[in-house]
Design a protein around this ligand. Sequence first.
Ligand code: PMP
Length: 284
Amino acid sequence: MSRTVYVNGEYLPEEEAKVSVFDRGFLFADGVYEVTSVLGGKLIDFAGHAKRLKRSLDELQMANPVTEEELLEIHRQLVARNGIEEGLVYLQITRGAADRDFAFPKDATPTIVLFTQAKPGLADSPMAKTGMKVISIEDQRWGRRDIKTVQLLYPSMGKMMAKAAGCDDAWMVEDGAVTEGTSNNAYIVKGKTIVTRHLGTEILHGITRAAVLRFAREAQMTVEERPFTVDEAKAADEAFITSASAFVMPVVEIDGQAIGAGAPGPVTARLREIYLDEMRKAAV
Ligand code: PMP
């Protein structure tokens, strides 16, 4: 069945949705995106995603074609029109179509595209029970990873390197420390302390990260926001990742070595439970 997607003010069957070949998203990866989860037909942390979208656009001096209220309405329309109970809403805004030139065009109209992906069972993923295996790879991305751009080729290559090694994902390493996963933030747990890289231009400021760290602190857990190494991860009691679509997901192996007991640990399980409970309650 064909989805209904949103392109520049119109709701269209996906086959009829079109973007120019001169779009700067296509030619220069000159675009930003957000992915918001849907649980029980409602949006998880929409406000967080809308806020980061604004920041990404501002950092690139890109115009925002919609207000936050309009954006919420488009998200809700797509969820309803596509009958999404569990899944994702993908949003992309680019600088628009203009004759090819490295300089930003002055008068281009931004392109805005949204579509849904149905993911039945999203919150009940089998991987939450078995855990993920990761490899470490060098972080070869650009230096402004705090801007959520559609330049995703290196993360995509990293995912393929992980698959080739029989693993689920790759943790990227720069100057000896883990930055993040290909599409998620990375954490280790040692004793009662949760360690995750501090915010900066080296990582994406995960919306899930912000919520999970808030819940962890509210539950009296200790959080250290600092760089950690792969060796530290190997010696940790638990490890996990967070993202809007995976929520909190255990990591049980890195570079072939089991972490802790080699099975999802109690801190990770508790954080996943709190996150899902609280975010479902606050969903819009
Ligand atoms: N880091 C990277 C590189 C990502 O691509 C993502 C997911 N988009 C995240 C972290 C997690 O961010 P969020 O929790 O906002 O999905």
